[in-house]
Design a protein around this ligand. Structure first.
Ligand code: AP5
Length: 213
């Protein structure tokens, strides 16, 4: 899943997971788990994440390799927020080919910058089960409480306006080049991220079904 911060990568990855029963691997969620657990990786990652910079490529590639080793009996995955740089995509190719896996689709969600800022300033997340809400587009049944596990919702530290602006500029500089990289490989499936969650999901399914015909 590719797209700027707040484009809906996580939201759509969860819908794809539910429909096709494919594990969802979000490097952002994994890093936040390490930060909460106070691991060495979490302490290192936090220095980059709190200012909206990317965690170094070698750290991310090692983390992805470890996850795939832990899931060696599975052959399909949805990667959300990874790869995020050209060196990560090149490293990912090697990781996949060492395991006889292939990358089939790169879903690229397009959303305008102002919409991203609106979505992130109104996002609330569950620190316990990673469910994501929005005070405008996806409110929980009880304000401030997770529908799934009943925990108190919070706002991510990196959703502060100044950090969001830096995450966006990092996206344009380091991640956006992946659009051409994957277009040239014939893997890019670009959809508009406008409209509700289900409209975007229908567009993604439409892209997949084009390839079946
Ligand atoms: P990460 O957690 O991956 O953050 P991100 O890419 O910035 O993406 P977000 O989680 O903010 O947004 P999203 O696109 O998933 O949108 P969501 O579905 O939540 O990474 C965080 C940090 O970790 C990075 O900055 C970096 O430091 C580090 N990191 C992670 N991976 C890395 C890597 N590979 N390499 C290096 N560093 C890495 O939706 C957002 C909001 O909008 C929600 O409230 C949602 O309800 C709402 N919404 C969703 N869809 C719609 C819609 N269609 N209409 C209206 N509202 C919507």
């Amino acid at each position: 899943m590719l797209g700027p911060p707040g484009s809906g990568k996580g939201t759509q990855a969860k819908l794809i997971k539910a429909k096709f029963n494919i594990p969802h691997i979000s490097t952002g969620i994994l890093l936040r788990e390490d930060i909460s657990a106070g691991t060495e990786l979490g302490i290192l990652a936090n220095k980059f994440m709190e200012i909206g910079e990317l965690v170094p490529d070698e750290v991310i590639l090692k983390m992805v390799e470890t996850i795939l080793d832990d899931e060696e009996n599975k052959s399909s995955f949805i990667f959300d927020g990874f790869p995020r740089t050209i060196p990560q995509s090149e490293g990912f190719d090697k990781i996949l080919s060492n395991r006889n896996l292939t990358l089939d689709h790169v879903v690229n969600i397009e959303v305008l910058e102002d919409e991203v800022v609106n979505r992130l300033s109104s996002r609330w997340s569950c620190p316990n089960c990673d469910s994501v809400y929005n005070t405008i587009s996806k409110q929980p049944d009880v304000a401030g409480i997770c529908d799934v596990c009943g925990s108190e919702l919070n706002q991510r530290d990196d959703d502060k306006p100044k950090t969001v602006r830096n995450r966006l500029s990092v996206y344009f500089k380091q991640t956006e080049p992946l659009i051409d990289f994957y277009k040239n490989k014939g893997l890019l499936r670009t959809v508009s991220g406008d409209g509700g969650h289900n409209s975007v999901f229908d567009r993604i399914l439409g892209e997949f079904s084009k390839l079946d015909n």
